[in-house]
Design a protein around this ligand. Structure first.
Ligand SMILES: Nc1ncnc2c1ncn2[C@@H]1O[C@H](COP(=O)(O)OP(=O)(O)OP(=O)(O)O)[C@@H](O)[C@H]1O
Length: 600
C-alpha cells in the first residue's frame, strides 16, 4: 500500500508540474498515447476482416472494392506506432526534460539557500542532497513520458484486446489475465527487494564519485601531478569501482534466477490460450480470421502490453522511491525565517561558558569557552591545530548554535541575532578557504554586501583599502574583468591577490566586526607586513579578530587569547604572554627558533 501511495504521489507531483508548465504537451501526450493504444485491437479487428472478407472475395461472394477500407485501415494502423514513438522521442522527451529540470533545479536551489548550515558539514545530509540533485530528474524522466505513455497505451490496448477476446469466448479474458496478475504480484515484491539492495550500491557509487572528482578538479590535479599521485588515485578508483561491480554482479546473479523463472507462468499461459483458440476453431466456434488475428494478438502485442504493464507497475515504485530522497531533501531542517532584529550599535563580543560538539559526533570541541572582547578591540586568537579556533568563529557567525552557554554581540544574544535578515552586515569575514567567484572584479567585491548598491568609486575604495587597487588597474577590462580560468576571457590571480579581493569583499560596507581566519597564509613576508598595516588602518575603531599561526602578526593586536582544550587558557599582550612562560611562550619560542635557523 505504501508503494502504491508513493507512486501515486510521485505521479501527482509530476503531472502537476507539467500541467503548470506545458498543458499542451501533457494533453497531446495523453491523446497520442491513447491513439497508439487503440492500434493493436484495431489491427486485430482489421486482420480478422481482411481474412474473412478475403475468403469471400476469393469465393466470388464479395466484390474486391469492399476490401479497400480494411486495407487502408491496416496500413494506417501499421504507420501510427512508429510516428507516435518519433513524436515522443524527439519532442515530448526533450521538452519534458527541460520542464522538469527547470522546476526541480530551481526548487532545490531555493531550498539549498534556506538549509541549515550544519547540513553542509554533515556527510549524511550531503548524500541526501547529492541523490536528490542527481537522481530525481532521471527518475522523473522515466515516470514521464516513458512510464506514463506506456501505461495509457498498454491500458487502452489491453482493454480493447480483452473486448475482442470476450467476443470469441468470455473465459479467455480470465485465462489470459490471471497468470499475469500472479506474475505481477511476484515482480512487485522482487523489484522492491532489488531497490533496497541497490541502496548499498549507490552509496558506494557516491563515495567513488568523490574520488573520481579528485582526478578532474584543477586545484587537485596540480598537487596530484607534483606528488605523482594520479597513478595511485586512478588505480584506487579502479579498485573501488571493481569492488562495486562485483557487488553489483552478486546482486544481479542472485536475482537472475528469479527474473528468469518469473516470466514462465505468463509464457505457458500464452501457449495454452492459443491452443484453446485452435480447439475452438476445430469445433467451428470461431472462424479462421478470428483464429489468426486473436493468436497474433496473444502472441504479439497483448503479451507485450501486459508485460509492459507488469514492468511499469513493478518498476514504477522503484523510480518513485527516488522521490523519497527528494522529499527527504525538502525535509532537511532550515534556518529560521529572517526577522527584523536590529543589529547592535557596538561590536563587543562575549562568550559565556560555551560548549559545542559537531552534530553526529561524540567529542566536545569547545568546553566552557568564556571571554570578552571590548568594542573596537583588536584580538588575536592563537592555539595549536584543531583546538577549535575556526569552530569558535562559526558559532560567533551563527552558523552553528552552542550546545550550552551563550554568545553576545554588542550585548545582544546571538540567539536573536542569528536570524536577523541584516546579520550579513554585522561581520566582515575572510576564511582560509574563501570563495573565488568566476565573475567580474566588481561583482567579486560587491557580493560582500548585497543589501546596498555601491557606486564604482566605493568598490574601488574597498580594493584600495586592502591593497588590491594597483593590480586590478592592470587588467584588460579593468573592473569588468572576469576573474578565474573558467571563462575564456577570465584572468587568473595569484593566491595572495585572490586573498586581497576576498578581503575587499568582506570589508565592504560598515561592518562592526572584522574576522580574519589565517589571513596571511598565502602572502609573502613583505605583502604580509603591508597587509597588517593596511588592516590596522581599516580596522580602526572596529572590533577585529585574527586567527593566526604566525605569532609575529599578533603585534598589531591589543590582546591575545590562547585557546587549548576547548577553553581560553591565556589572555594578555604579546609581552605579557611571552613573560608568563606558558603555552604562548613555548609556541612563540618554537617559531623564533625556526626563523633563526632559517636566517643562519
Ligand atoms: N564539520 C565537522 N564535523 C566534525 N568535526 C569537525 C568538523 N569541523 C571541524 N571538526 C573538528 O573540530 C576540531 C576543531 O577544528 P577547527 O577547525 O575549529 O580547529 P582550528 O583550531 O581552527 O584548527 P587549525 O588551526 O588547524 O585551522 C577538529 O578536531 C576538527 O576535526
Amino acid at each position: 500500500m505504501e508503494k502504491v501511495k508513493r507512486i501515486c504521489h510521485a505521479y501527482r507531483y509530476l503531472l502537476h508540474i507539467l500541467k503548470e508548465d506545458s498543458p499542451l504537451l501533457l494533453a497531446s501526450t495523453i491523446i497520442v498515447s491513447f491513439v497508439q493504444g487503440c492500434c493493436p485491437p484495431l489491427m486485430t479487428w482489421s486482420i480478422n476482416q481482411i481474412i474473412e472478407n478475403g475468403m469471400r472475395v476469393a469465393s466470388g461472394t464479395l466484390p474486391l472494392p469492399h476490401m479497400v477500407p480494411f486495407l487502408i485501415l491496416f496500413l494506417a494502423i501499421s504507420l501510427i506506432p512508429s510516428l507516435v514513438s518519433l513524436y515522443v522521442q524527439s519532442f515530448v522527451q526533450p521538452r519534458t526534460q527541460l520542464a522538469l529540470r527547470t522546476t526541480f533545479r530551481s526548487k532545490m536551489i531555493k531550498k539549498l539557500k534556506k538549509l541549515k548550515y550544519e547540513h553542509f558539514e554533515s556527510p549524511q545530509s550531503m548524500e541526501i542532497i547529492d541523490k536528490a540533485f542527481n537522481r530525481t530528474e532521471n527518475a522523473a524522466r522515466m515516470l514521464f513520458p516513458m512510464y506514463f505513455t506506456s501505461t495509457i497505451t498498454s491500458l487502452v490496448s489491453v482493454v480493447g484486446s480483452f473486448y475482442l477476446l470476450a467476443q470469441a469466448e468470455w473465459w479467455l479474458v480470465f485465462t489470459v489475465l490471471i497468470p499475469f496478475l500472479v506474475e505481477f504480484y511476484f515482480s512487485l515484491g522482487l523489484n522492491y527487494e532489488i531497490y533496497n539492495e541497490m541502496e548499498a550500491y549507490w552509496s558506494m557509487d557516491y563515495s567513488n564519485g568523490i574520488l573520481g572528482k579528485f582526478l578532474s578538479t584543477r586545484e587537485v590535479v596540480k598537487e596530484n601531478r607534483l606528488h605523482q599521485a594520479s597513478e595511485y588515485l586512478v588505480s584506487e578508483y579502479q579498485t573501488r569501482q571493481n569492488r562495486r561491480n562485483r557487488e553489483y554482479e552478486k546482486y544481479y546473479r542472485k536475482h537472475l534466477r528469479k527474473i528468469l523463472t518469473s516470466g514462465n507462468l505468463a509464457r505457458i499461459s500464452i501457449i495454452l490460450n492459443v491452443l484453446a483458440l485452435l480447439w475452438m476453431y476445430i469445433g467451428q466456434r470461431i472462424g479462421l480470421g478470428m483464429l489468426v488475428s486473436l493468436s497474433l494478438l496473444i502472441f504479439g502485442s497483448m503479451y507485450k502490453d501486459l508485460n509492459k504493464m507488469t514492468v511499469i507497475l513493478s518498476g514504477g515504485p522503484y523510480h518513485a522511491n527516488t522521490f523519497e530522497y527528494y522529499e527527504r531533501f525538502f525535509d532537511l531542517s532550515e534556518e529560521p525565517e529572517g526577522n527584523d532584529t536590529e543589529l547592535p550599535t557596538d561590536g563587543s563580543i562575549e562568550f559565556r561558558d560555551v560548549w559545542f560538539r559537531y552534530p553526529g559526533t561524540d567529542q566536545d570541541i569547545l568546553k566552557g569557552l568564556s571571554f570578552k572582547i571590548q568594542d573596537g578591540e583588536k584580538v588575536s586568537i592563537v592555539g595549536e591545530n584543531g583546538e577549535g579556533k575556526t569552530t569558535m568563529i562559526k558559532l560567533l557567525l551563527g552558523l552553528f548554535t552552542p550546545d550550552k552557554g551563550e554568545i553576545l554581540v554588542g550585548g545582544q544574544s546571538m540567539d536573536d541575532l542569528r536570524s536577523s535578515s541584516k546579520i550579513s552586515q554585522l561581520y566582515g569575514t575572510v576564511f582560509q578557504d574563501f570563495m573565488r567567484y568566476n565573475m567580474t572584479v566588481k561583482e567579486n567585491i560587491a557580493v560582500g554586501d548585497i543589501h546596498h548598491t555601491y557606486p564604482e568609486q566605493a568598490i574601488q575604495e574597498a580594493a584600495q583599502n586592502v591593497g588590491a587597487y594597483d593590480f586590478i588597474k592592470t587588467f584588460p577590462n579593468g573592473w569588468d574583468t572576469i576573474l578565474g580560468r573558467m571563462f575564456d576571457e577570465g584572468v587568473d590571480l595569484s593566491g595572495g591577490q585572490w586573498q586581497r579581493i576576498a578581503m575587499a569583499r568582506a570589508f565592504l560596507g560598515d561592518k562592526k566586526v572584522l574576522i580574519l581566519d589565517e589571513p596571511t597564509s598565502q602572502l609573502d613576508p613583505i605583502a604580509e607586513s603591508k597587509l597588517y598595516q593596511d588592516f590596522a588602518k581599516l580596522a580602526d575603531g572596529k572590533t577585529s579578530l585574527f586567527i593566526t599561526h604566525r605569532l609575529g602578526s599578533t603585534a598589531i593586536c591589543d590582546r591575545i587569547l590562547v585557546i587549548a582544550g576547548g577553553k581560553i587558557v591565556q589572555s594578555g599582550s604579546h609581552e605579557e604572554l611571552v613573560a608568563a612562560d606558558g603555552l604562548y611562550a613555548s609556541m612563540f619560542n618554537a617559531q623564533k627558533h625556526w626563523y633563526k635557523s632559517c636566517e643562519s
